[in-house]
Ligand binder design. Structure first.
Ligand code: KG4
Length: 339
């Protein structure tokens, strides 16, 4: 620690972004470098795990060194290395973890393992300097759809989770079938501009007395409608269809998040994860929160999808809370939130 500043180098390789970031005191981003593989995986319609791991190997050290250069720092200025060790693709996680452990072995810096979901939540601390727990977080990404009660920076618990697909998966799948490509979420958001979000209806799964989600029914309902239209040779209005589909998913997410606020009495909501960039979701949550006088926060767009600044931020809070990991730390593909 130099002049009361804690500098964390964060590394993220849980899926298809190789990322490194330097963050000071958990909220001030000094550099944030991301090498995305999304264009490469697009031709396969989704992430190919083995190829993702290899591409992380090619990129990880140049991303780390670029991140230090952009921050104008060397490893001597860093207090700890934070790295995602789960949840995520095991081969991809192992690349970032091995790089982090190598840095710690050579420099003697402490290693802080970070839960990727906690990283997404921490993206909000960077975007909102005055945000403090407690709050309810709706964390929605390609692999996660969950409502989390964040009691403190390092202490949180699930209130509800998806029982099948994540919201991002449900968006990516239908985008692929329609031919929009990968990743489908942002492409759908764009294709929906000007569309009527009430033009199509989708059946929803009714689940009582739970804050859990289910998106497989909505997805199947959309697939069936697309097949039927195709068989009949009927065309469809793309903007209307994708607007209706996204609105439907946004309604499901927002309904349970508001229920979580009512149940816990915690009157602040944060969004997190790639799907939190979605304009339908943001509009819907803003509308509901304004009506019900609930405070709502979301990360800057560049901090919604995978990045290492959020990992360095979450790592900072774990570090000042005393968390240190042994160099035998392994990747845990389905790492639980309550570690
Ligand atoms: O957080 P993220 O980068 O990776 C995971 O941790 O999973 O999230 C990726 C997911 C993908 O499903 C992608 O389609 C979705 O976030 N996504 C969006 C938008 N931007 C990214 N979904 C809807 N609207 C967007 N604007």
């Amino acid at each position: 620690m130099k002049n009361d500043k804690v500098v964390i180098l964060g590394i993220e390789t849980s899926c298809d972004e190789t990322a490194c970031s330097i963050v000071c005191n958990g909220r001030e981003v000094l550099s944030n470098v991301i090498a995305s593989q999304a264009d490469f995986h697009e031709k396969y319609g989704g992430v190919v795990p083995e190829l993702a791991s290899r591409m992380h190997v090619d990129a990880v050290f140049s991303v780390i060194s670029e991140s230090l250069d952009l921050a104008g720092l060397t490893l001597d200025d860093v207090d700890a290395v934070a790295v995602t060790y789960g949840p995520g693709l095991v081969g991809a996680l192992l690349v970032g973890l091995s790089a982090a452990k190598g840095l710690c072995e050579v420099t003697g810096l402490p290693l802080v393992g970070v839960n990727h979901v906690k990283g997404h939540i921490a993206g909000n601390y960077i975007s909102h300097g005055d945000l403090r727990p407690p709050f309810i977080c709706l964390c929605v990404s390609g692999g996660t759809s969950a409502i989390i009660q964040v009691d403190d920076y390092c202490s949180m618990k699930y209130l509800g989770r998806t029982r099948d697909d994540a919201a991002g998966e449900a968006l990516d799948k239908i985008a692929r079938v329609i031919g929009l490509g990968y990743p489908g979420g942002p492409k759908m958001d764009k294709a929906a501009i000007g569309g009527n979000s009430e033009a199509y209806t989708f059946s929803r799964t009714h689940m009582l007395d739970t804050l859990d989600f289910s998106f497989s029914g909505i997805k199947t309902s959309a697939l069936n409608q697309l097949n039927e239209l195709k068989m009949k040779g009927d065309g469809f209005n793309l903007a209307d269809f994708v607007a209706s589909y996204q609105q439907h998913i946004a309604n499901e997410l927002v309904r349970n998040t508001i229920k979580a606020v009512e149940k816990t009495g915690v009157n602040t909501i944060c969004l997190a994860g790639g799907v939190s960039a979605n304009s339908f979701l943001r509009r819907e949550i803003d509308r509901e929160c304004e009506n019900k006088n609930i405070r709502v926060f979301y990360p800057d767009l560049k901090l919604c999808t995978d990045n290492a600044a959020m990992i360095a931020s979450a790592g900072y809070f774990e570090y000042i809370n005393g968390k240190r990991m042994d160099l035998s730390l392994n990747a845990i593909p389905s790492l639980p939130l309550e570690e």
